[in-house]
Ligand binder design. Sequence first.
Ligand code: CA
Length: 463
Amino acid sequence: MVGAWLLLWGALALSCRGEVAFLRHADDSTGRCTYSFTVPSPVESGCPDAGGVPELRAELAALTARLSRLESRERGAGGEAGRGIPQPQYAAPAPRLEPGCGELLRANSRLEEEKGRLERENEELGRRLESSAQEIARLRAARCPPGGEGPGRDPLPAPGEAPHWDPQPLTYQELQSERTEIPASRLLEETALGRPGSQNSAGCGELVWVGDPVVFGRAESIAGKYGVWMKDPEPLPPFTRETTWRVDAVGTEVRQLLQYQAPEQLAQGYPTKVHILPRPLESTGAVVYRGGFFFQPRRSRTVARYDLRGETLTAQREIPGAGYHGQYPYSWGGYTDIDLAVDETGLWVIYSTEKARGAIVLSKLDPETLEIRQSWETNIRKRGVANAFVICGTLYTVSSYSSPNATINFAYDTATGTSRALSVPFENRFRYLSMLDYNPAEQQLYAWDSSNMVTYPIRLSRD
Ligand code: CA
């Protein structure tokens, strides 16, 4: 009987010990390690009380002691960082000098890069400073009265005479541009100007949408910060509708007209030919039309036609009363007083006069003789808008040359002689719009935006 009991006890003990391995290890809410030791029993009532079995008790005691050692070792090694993760005892403390050395090398490399960047920036600023200094010197010279002290010196006031203050000083044009942009609502007067209308082409409509700009190329040097680029909508052989024209317009002696076989050559920077204009160009309002390059020669109220085949000036004509050289520029300045434009109906010139008191005057020109065929005086202040172009006999203006969320804000219809406010979104992606014109053959806008040559798709209403 006793033998049978011992046999049964032994079997149970072995059975219990065989499944003893349920040891759990977890973090509690205070960050301490907790260990749970469980001995399952297949027959609850048949498993003897562990507290009464010396062998199991000894084993439990050994395990408890081992767990205590592990826990105290863990606390000693880890603190917060080592919580719950036993730290290897052989790991030596991390050496601090080695990463310091690598850090120094990396910092040195960063400083070298920064130095290179600053040097390049410095060079560019130097070039810009020189260009601005030349411009200011030239402007000062221009302000001296005839027979005065000569270029570069401001005339001194006579004794007892108050110094003359010019309300629109001809300093570097762009500096004042920000101040001259005023809300569109203040520009539009209610008076409508009843003038005879012009002819509209079939298929024309009102501008209802301008798409995102598409970049075709980028000027490589500071001379191309602003400029002109375009194609001829009605070219004469040997030129085609793909022949592309470009002028980098920064500087005082802008004479180079670059000719490219197609926009791809422009993007690659390989002109087919460089034309040298007989007179330097001043405004970024130049256009190409029917084999002629039309532009405003520097410091004159003249419009000139340069024949692209003959490479000579074939016509020059003064625009009566037209402001020039900073008298009535667009809001960004840059001597954009006289802006030429081409649409479905022909060649236009956009400017202002003293008589119009700064409002935009629009004249239709004969493309051969440059005679004015007809003029319209609008109620849109020229300095209040960033640029303008003509589509189907309607003049459109842009609200800002720098805002990424600009709008086409006015339309002046020459057919009715009336203006109306618009709000067609227009994006100045590179924040410096210096030229904007319409190409009627492609029905898209050409623009120069901070060294970038871009186009904008457009949509016209079909009414
Ligand atoms: Ca324009």
